[in-house]
Design a protein around this ligand. Sequence first.
Ligand code: AMP
Length: 512
Amino acid sequence: MPQNQNLFVALRDAFPHELDSTAIATADGDALAYSWRDLERATAMLANLLASLELPAGARVAVQTEKSVEALMLYLAVLRAGYVYLPLNTAYQSREIEYFIANAEPSVVVCSGKNFSWVSRLAFSAGTRHVFTLNDDRSGSLLERAAHHSDSHAPAQKTADDLAAILYTSGTTGRSKGAMLSHGNLLSNALTLKRTWGWAKGDVLIHALPIFHVHGLFVASHGALLNGSRMIWFGKFDPLAVVARLPEATVFMGVPTLYVRLLAEPSFTRDACRGMRLFISGSAPLLIETFNEFRERSGHTILERYGMSETLMLTSNPYDAKDGERRGGTVGLPLPGVDLRVSDDQGQPCAAGEIGGIEVRGPNVFHGYWRMPEKTKEEFTADGWFKTGDVGTVDERGYVSIVGRSKDLIITGGYNVYPAEVESTLNEMPGVAESAVIGVPHPDFGEGVVAVVVAKPGAQPDATGLITALKARIANFKVPKHLFVVDELPRNTMGKVQKNLLREQHKSLFAA
Ligand code: AMP
């Protein structure tokens, strides 16, 4: 028989020999310690439960539950049993869940007990046969049923190209699409990150991210599991509680908002970070101010990386100083095995420093959008590169910078305006904490530039004054025609600014 390429097998092979040592310690709620043996046995029982349902090959298991260690075990059990895992953001409401269930046609749905009545109604009427509940206090029908199954299970035989998960894109623009990721995609990326980020014996990860997204589910969990490393597990990010556990940990991964919240916590000091090896940020742009302030406060330089559901991780700032410095405002260099290029509108290569669309190729790139062959075709170039939809540059030294999403690009009077440029200029101005720049329909210019600004605590920046100051710094066509000062920007759960909501809100601003 060929070697089993099931990702679960690779993760389990990395479990330490001391199976009774702690794999995961929960840090909020009841303080529980799960051993490696617990992971092995519980995933076997859950996999046996799934196998007993006699699901068709390639069956999808859709999961919308609160974060818990058992939910992570369910993910591992779905891999182990050879089915396809489909995590769903806990924030999704019934209309959204209805869409995902209709689109993915899962054979099994697992939801929180509190949502069972409406989720099961939607699922059963769409033809799903099995709906289980799983709560974050270890209750629910899933575990009750699994308890009756054997704790030994031979992992399903898989090839590298077999589907392991479908991740619906977070949908800050347009309708969500299901990115199909294979066992080979996930394992190759996890192995690359293990080497690149210097995972070593003795590492301990603080896991404080949601597990319905590529960052928390794959980058963080695979990182620790593939290294046989203990995780300190937070159901929810709480800065004070996280700081209290830092001395026991070596690695932390967060989205930029988590770093901002750590910096707002007075107990976050150099001393609290004394045992830390690495802080990693991604999923949204890290402001240079946060990068600098973090270095001053903690003595650590955040390592920023870039990736997406469709491709997993693509670039990383250097881990080792001999490979280069970690440069704030950039997402670093392409990872080993990842090819990355920047192309102009005609598909021609851009020179160093020139802005264009980022395209990638590698073993990490997904197998297409679930049941959307046309959409998949559109997103690949004729020579097989995936068009990320991100706009950016590569400098002479190979460092990649993201300027924005191509869909966020503003074209006003025929001129291209990159929101990130206007935003970073605004963010440097006194009294401005952060900003979002969007384009909305304009009768003369096609699109008109609009800025939405959040003030620093205690500051009251004046819209007219900011516009005047901008005029002195950037070309007039880039200067917002309107500027609003607001309390906060709309963000999704991964900390990404939802520009689609801002565009909707201001769409009639320039209506005749
Ligand atoms: P998702 O598929 O939800 O992970 O979203 C992926 C998108 O997040 C990318 O296409 C980028 O637009 C954005 N993103 C991820 N990491 C970064 C980063 N370090 N800096 C800027 N944007 C990022």
